[in-house]
Design a protein around this ligand. Structure first.
Ligand SMILES: Nc1ncnc2c1ncn2[C@@H]1O[C@H](COP(=O)(O)OP(=O)(O)OP(=O)(O)O)[C@@H](O)[C@H]1O
Ligand SMILES: [Mg+2]
Length: 236
């Protein structure tokens, strides 16, 4: 049963929710990007769990086949069974299947949904570009078309769309910079952007608010990767 009308999807991580002033907004596209093992999928799962705790469904498009029931059970804890029923998993195997999933979203996303996660939005695109570099231009256009479609779905179906993108460190002479794949496309469409950066301690991640409709006072925080998910508190 849907108990409240959600305006934002909380991550359940106190520090991130403060930075986001409650969570990821309904009706918009949000982006979490960062290097491997920085907790992007964990944070997306936490959003799905919180959405379920309010009685709403999540469509989780698992393009990387990394969604794990074991990790969900650690995050959801004793509510696991009830929460798992509200998370619908889809696993496209290639970029064309991803297009089909996105084109048919309005068939699946009913009023009981409040969140759509695509984890990651660029991996199948990247694989296809590697396979057919001569088609890069058309593939970039197709990626842009898919994200435009997601932006439309976010508005019309009144759901939060959370895109995940993995990036790799690029050695750039004097310093190491990180750039998301399809950067311009993703950053153009995302209303809210969080970048997850590794620190010297592999269990501690720095989460930085890179873009938001209304930038809050605190724009970064440190998170610890724990059994129950990403945890962190803002220090005032
Ligand atoms: N139960 C657990 N307790 C502590 N850490 C865990 C647990 N389960 C997973 N982790 C760690 O959480 C980290 C983040 O995992 P997660 O899959 O969320 O990262 P990611 O950013 O999505 O990575 P990728 O880009 O490879 O998909 C990993 O280093 C993993 O080892
Ligand atoms: Mg992941």
């Amino acid at each position: 049963m849907c108990v409240t009308v959600l305006q934002k999807i909380p991550t359940g991580c106190e520090a991130v929710d403060k930075i986001l002033e409650g969570g990821f907004p309904i009706g918009d596209i949000s982006l979490i990007y960062g290097e491997a093992e920085t907790g992007k999928t964990t944070l997306a799962m936490q959003c799905a769990v919180n959405c379920a705790r309010q009685g709403y469904k999540t469509l989780f498009v698992d393009c990387d086949s990394t969604f794990s029931a074991r990790r969900l059970s650690q995050i959801a804890s004793e509510d696991f069974k009830d929460i798992a029923e509200l998370i619908i998993l889809m696993r496209p195997n290639n970029f064309s299947e991803q297009a089909v999933v996105i084109d048919q979203l309005t068939d699946y996303i009913t009023k009981s949904f409040r969140l759509l996660v695509v984890d990651t939005i660029t991996s199948l695109y990247r694989a296809k570009v590697a396979e057919h570099p001569e088609e890069t231009f058309q593939l970039n256009r197709e990626l842009n078309r898919q994200i435009a479609c997601l932006a439309q779905v976010a508005k019309t179906q009144k759901i939060a769309v959370l895109l995940i993108s993995q990036v790799r460190s690029v050695f750039n002479e004097a310093y190491i910079s990180i750039e998301p794949v399809g950067t311009r496309v993703l950053k153009f469409w995302a209303d809210t952007i969080i970048v997850m950066k590794p620190t010297e301690n592999p269990r501690i991640i720095k989460a930085i608010l890179e873009k938001s409709p209304k930038r809050a006072r605190h724009s970064f925080c440190h998170l610890r990767i724990e059994k129950t998910g990403m945890r962190g508190h803002l220090i005032h």
